[in-house]
Design a protein around this ligand. Structure first.
Ligand SMILES: [Mn+2]
Length: 313
């Protein structure tokens, strides 16, 4: 029997009004973002299936009207989404009503899966369990009713070839299926901008872990590591397609300082530290946890880690 397409997979669109430094050569940044989006739209139409986006539609939760209007016009129809941390005010899901993401949801331009009961979609072909940024991932509950059981989550996992230097050892994907993913046929991830695909097994069952990666290059370290989408079939296989990047203008630049600007988010650092009072976490653990969740420039990390070491002496 011929296998059938049941969904298109993507993540980390990071729609933004201004072009990142590495794309400053783009004659029209909005057109550059529209190119992969129209490819997604065509893929969804061709197969008549939903497009699942694993978070970070916007680069900033408080995106300007011009980029929100762009998203309203350019996003493919039938997008099933979860918010990533970039979509969420202060990384606090309770504040999602203030976000540009919520504007898309309220205008029914996206189908937000984050506040629905799991599984959020169920038919003979596919059932989806959705875990937005910050929500604990758990195995599927209840009896299987569909050909493919999928987990969609915005959370940083990595492999040897797709990681940043401070990646947490616990979230490395090896050959054994992590506990939280057991029982799923496929796991569709966002957050790590470097694409990877890794088959894992546990107790004779296999799980395909698919990290989409960012839609298009936004930083020098993403060159050659992103720009893909997935086609999910009813036999749980996923075909990876590279977006047409012939027209992309990408220049290698020193954009490490942008990582600081993007990632050293003082609000979430303060929030992490405020948890100290409510738990028995110590300062060093809280700081390490923050640095893991928020990739930070090497030099800054070195200074912080040095200070921690002195504090513990
Ligand atoms: Mn992202």
């Amino acid at each position: 029997m011929r296998k059938e397409v049941i969904a298109i997979l993507c993540s980390d669109l990071h729609l933004s009004h201004t072009a990142p430094k590495v794309r400053s050569g783009e004659p029209d940044w909005y057109k550059a973002m529209a190119r992969p989006l129209s490819e997604l739209r065509r893929a969804g139409n061709r197969h008549g299936v939903p497009i699942i986006c694993a978070g970070d539609i916007f680069h900033r939760w408080e995106s300007s009207p011009s980029i929100i209007n762009f998203a309203l016009g350019a996003l493919p129809p039938s997008m099933w989404t979860i918010p990533g941390q970039h979509d969420i005010p202060d990384h606090n899901i309770d504040q999602i009503h203030r976000s540009a993401y919520r504007t898309l949801d309220m205008s029914r331009r996206i189908s937000d899966m984050s506040c629905m009961m799991n599984p959020v979609a169920k038919n003979a072909k596919l059932e989806v369990y959705a875990f937005p940024f910050g929500k604990a991932i758990h195995p599927p509950t209840g009896k299987r009713e569909s050909a493919v059981r999928a987990c969609v989550a915005h959370r940083y996992y990595w492999t040897r070839d797709a990681c940043y230097e401070l990646a947490d050892a616990e979230t490395m994907i090896r050959t054994t299926t992590p506990r939280e993913f057991r029982g799923y046929d496929v796991v569709i991830l966002g957050d790590n901008h470097h694409h990877f695909k890794q088959m894992t097994t546990h107790g004779g069952n296999t799980t395909m872990i698919y990290n989409c990666g960012s839609m298009t290059v936004r930083r020098s370290d993403e060159i050659g590591k992103c720009g893909y989408y997935g086609i999910l079939y009813d036999d749980t296989t996923i075909e990876t397609i590279k977006f047409d990047s012939d027209e992309d203008r990408i220049e290698v630049v020193d954009d490490m300082s942008d990582i600081v600007e993007e990632r050293l988010d003082m609000d979430s650092l303060a929030e992490e530290l405020s948890k100290l009072a409510e738990s028995d976490l110590d300062f060093a653990t809280a700081m390490r946890r923050y640095l893991r969740a928020n990739p930070t420039r090497k030099q800054i990390r070195a200074i912080i880690m040095e200070a921690l070491k002195h504090g513990q002496e």
